[in-house]
Design a binder for this molecule. Structure first.
Ligand code: ZN
Length: 200
């Protein structure tokens, strides 16, 4: 197929097309928008991406992305060390933080257990979570996982492991729409789900 743009632009488009929610068509539109707004958009975006690639690491405690390790949340002495909220990905952590309702620490699993996709406990950060629960002064672990089959399989597995470690396990309240996308929920819903959390 003949290429309409040069190889550099085609490469940009093919990379943009890999982003969530993007396909080849929207990637072309995005590339065009970047090229049209070179100084306002393309140059600062390229700089921000380079800086992110250079400076952002995953926290060695909770796995949240940050420029420091341990991350700002793990380093915050004012936050409750005895309370850990478990999320699938950092997007859910950001949503919880936006709600301002949670003053504990986090643990990012980096995925969910899935028999279908062959994801076992060793492929996600389960061992690290159990280690934290056993090592420190952890009283309660709040599971903020999606209400999907994989989310609930993971929640069930973690509940058993954490209970064996002597930690109280709770889940965000059901009945509120805590689906796979915690980061899409409005802050009020998250606050409500957190307040009404119950034993997992
Ligand atoms: Zn951290």
């Amino acid at each position: 197929m003949a290429s309409t743009a040069g190889p550099e632009i085609e490469r940009l488009i093919s990379l943009l097309a890999k982003l969530p929610g993007m396909g080849p068509r929207s990637a072309r539109r995005a590339a065009l928008a970047l090229l049209k707004r070179r100084e306002q958009l393309l140059v600062p975006l390229a700089a921000a991406m380079a800086e992110t690639a250079d400076k952002v690491v995953n926290c060695s405690v909770c796995a949240a992305p940050d420029t420091r390790d341990p991350c700002a949340i793990c380093s915050d002495e004012a936050r409750d060390n005895g309370l850990i909220c478990v999320v699938e990905e950092a997007g859910a952590l950001w949503a919880m933080e936006r709600s301002g309702a949670f003053r504990g620490k986090y643990h990012v699993l980096g995925g969910l257990l899935s028999a279908l996709d062959g994801v076992g406990p060793d492929q996600i950060r389960v061992g690290e979570l159990i280690g934290r629960a056993k090592a420190g002064d952890v009283r309660e672990v709040v599971l903020a996982l999606p209400a999907t089959v994989d989310g609930q399989t993971t929640a069930h597995y973690l509940s058993e492991k954490l209970a064996a470690a002597g930690v109280e396990v709770t889940s965000l309240a059901r009945g509120v729409p805590v689906g796979g996308e915690l980061d899409w929920l409005d802050d009020g819903t998250i606050v409500q789900a957190l307040r009404a959390r119950r034993p997992a």
